[in-house]
Design a protein around this ligand. Structure first.
Ligand SMILES: Cc1cc2nc3c(=O)[nH]c(=O)nc-3n(C[C@H](O)[C@H](O)[C@H](O)COP(=O)(O)O)c2cc1C
Length: 380
């Protein structure tokens, strides 16, 4: 076994990176934003890496000055009573007690939160302030994303102002080069041992069939629902009282703890996507990260089947993010549809106006010329 590198500074030096994008993420949004920012760096002749603070020694932050034109970016979500995410907890604890001298370290923060919570974006705000107190230099203002409004729009608006500011700061220019460089390669496995194929589990293979403690987000305990009661009679909302049986799991419940639900997508939508794409959903495949230095080898557990990926690992019911639309546009066979997709993906005011009415991925697949027709003459 190889020793895991715990120094992100050494890793940056070895792999020629100058921008590190740390994420504090529970359900993946901040992680995805960090990945997009990291990918953006190529357009400015920089090299970024999206990084989980839990995997590295964060007290090395002051050493960032050893790397020329370096920058630390942070995409951090807030939870609970204004708390950090689990993967940012150690970093948060360190920040509170350290008296490290971060002078010369350049940084910027984008926070993710939700206005309906009392401690709106507390983690982003704290980090932004604390890094300054420790002597670091803020090169661009804190961004605060609101998941109750339109988080995607908040993010792209912040990002489109951030990059020009960075260019000015470092005296670099954007290249025209399209940054839609492929991140993963597709491998189809024709001859594979089905026991090695993921069927919806998030971490360890077969963890749903053979339940082994300790249980956590990556190794969830399958609790059965012992009580399920509808609470409200009238109104539009559907309020439920649920009781989960966790006996035998060694999990303790404290008030304020939350439960994560791993939903399964509607089988009908999955089969429809298979039909539109004219694809056998039971094909076994892997998506492998082309960046061999990345800690994340696959975007979700691989090898798996298209059906499993679409049922368990991918979000197919929310409107796709603008970067997905941008990638999709190049496959449109109809030039009008292509133009529309580009517009939806752009951060122009037209594109932004269209954001709230963005349809689901399945409608785009139709409009790209896959499948037989536009769905029922839909006017987007
Ligand atoms: C259980 C729970 C608690 C949350 N608590 C807060 C909070 O205290 N303050 C806040 O601004 N946002 C809060 N949020 C909103 C999240 O920060 C926001 O949805 C964010 O986009 C999640 O990012 P992630 O997917 O990277 O974990 C909470 C969300 C959940 C699900």
């Amino acid at each position: 076994a190889t020793l895991r590198e715990t120094s992100f500074i050494e890793k940056m030096k070895k792999t020629g990176k100058n921008i590190v994008v740390f994420y504090g993420s529970q359900t993946g949004t901040a992680e995805e934003f960090a990945n997009r920012l990291s990918k953006d760096t190529q357009r400015y002749g920089m090299r970024g890496m999206a990084t989980d603070p839990e995997e590295y020694d964060m007290s090395e932050l002051s050493r960032l000055t050893e790397i020329e034109n370096s920058l630390a970016m942070f995409c951090v979500a807030t939870y609970g009573e204004g708390d950090p995410t689990d993967n940012a907890q150690d970093f948060y604890d360190w920040l509170q007690e350290t008296d490290a001298d971060l002078s010369g370290v350049k940084y910027t923060v984008f926070g993710l939160g939700n206005k309906t919570y009392e401690h709106f974006n507390a983690m982003g705000k704290y980090l932004d302030k604390r890094l300054e107190e420790l002597g670091a230099e803020r090169i661009f203002d804190l961004g605060v994303g609101d998941d109750d409004g339109n988080l995607e729009e908040d993010f792209i608006t912040w990002r489109e102002q951030f990059w020009p500011a960075l260019c000015e700061y470092f005296g670099v220019e954007a290249t025209d080069e399209d940054s839609s460089i492929r991140q993963y390669e597709l491998l189809v496995h024709n001859d594979v041992n089905m026991n090695k194929v993921y069927t919806g589990e998030m971490g360890r293979l077969k963890s749903y069939e053979i339940q082994k403690p300790p249980f956590d987000a990556k190794n969830p305990f399958l609790a059965s629902v012992s009580v399920n009661r509808k609470l409200n009679k009238g109104g539009e909302r559907h309020l439920m009282h649920l009781e989960l049986d966790i006996s035998g799991s060694k999990i303790r419940y404290d008030s304020g703890d939350h439960v994560a639900v791993f939903p399964t997508n509607d089988a009908k939508i999955v089969t429809d996507i298979g039909k539109i794409l004219n694809t056998d959903l039971d094909i076994v495949f892997s998506l492998n990260n082309l960046d061999e230095e990345s800690n994340k080898k696959h975007p979700f557990p691989c090898p798996t089947t298209y059906r499993t990926a679409l049922s368990h690992y991918l979000d197919i019911t929310n409107p796709p993010r603008t970067n997905v639309l941008y990638e999709l546009a190049q496959y449109a066979s109809d030039s009008k549809a292509q133009e529309f997709l580009r517009k939806m993906a752009s951060s122009s005011s037209d594109g932004k106006e269209a954001l709230p009415i963005r349809p689901k991925i399945i409608v785009y697949l139709h409009s790209c010329g896959f499948g037989s027709s536009f769905p029922g003459g839909a006017s987007w």
